[in-house]
Design a protein around this ligand. Structure first.
Ligand SMILES: Nc1nc2c(ncn2[C@@H]2O[C@H](COP(=O)(O)OP(=O)(O)OP(=O)(O)O)[C@@H](O)[C@H]2O)c(=O)[nH]1
Ligand SMILES: [Mg+2]
Length: 167
């Protein structure tokens, strides 16, 4: 049986979570507004060192207010992708709020922090600042772009490896 890892995407409204999922699972990107209605769950098998890993990726909706239900179902996942957009300091500050909810819900999983939309010119969060923050929390870190498909697979795979304790 191939190993299976379940990961969830978390982040504020509109940071780009659904586009990460569709890029990773279906290999596509679209600015079409209806995309937020796409399924919240996707699966992909990836080949890693000649063995297959099943990755299940759960997309959550970034409503303004989080409820405890959202966080309790995260107990069933193996790892988390915390998403902010590099063009918005507010979305980066939102990560600390999400971390507060996770701590209060007693959820502590292997985590990668990702800054997305690096194709945009109006950057408000530097690579160095976010990397330092991730390091201080023991998280993996990467900057990604769904539009150009930069670092998406790499980031998800690095999280899967950490979950499965593969190096
Ligand atoms: N330029 C650019 N736009 C992006 C990128 N990723 C997502 N977007 C756009 O950002 C908007 C929001 O993306 P979504 O993936 O729907 O964001 P979300 O986090 O799922 O939003 P909610 O589900 O509402 O919380 C869409 O208009 C996307 O086309 C990117 O890498 N570059
Ligand atoms: Mg979405």
């Amino acid at each position: 049986m191939e190993p299976r890892v379940k990961i969830a995407l978390l982040g504020e409204y509109g940071v780009g979570k659904t586009r990460i999922r569709s890029r990773f699972v279906e290999g596509i990107f679209s600015h079409d507004q209806s995309c937020h209605l796409w399924g919240r769950f996707g699966k992909k098998k990836i080949n890693f060192n000649d063995s297959l890993i099943n990755i299940e990726i759960w997309d959550t909706a970034g409503e303004e207010r989080y409820n405890s239900y959202r966080f309790s179902y995260l107990k069933a996942v193996d790892g988390l992708v915390l998403v902010y957009k590099v063009s918005s300091r507010g979305s980066y500050e939102g990560i600390s709020k999400i971390l507060g909810h996770l701590i209060r819900s007693d959820i502590n999983k292997p985590t990668i922090l990702v800054g997305t939309k690096i194709d945009l010119e109006n950057r408000e969060v530097s690579y160095q600042e976010a990397q330092k923050f991730a390091e201080s929390k023991g998280f993996l870190f990467n900057e990604i772009c769904s539009e150009t498909n930069e670092n998406i697979n790499e980031s998800i795979i690095s999280l899967a490896k950490r979950i499965l304790k593969i190096e």
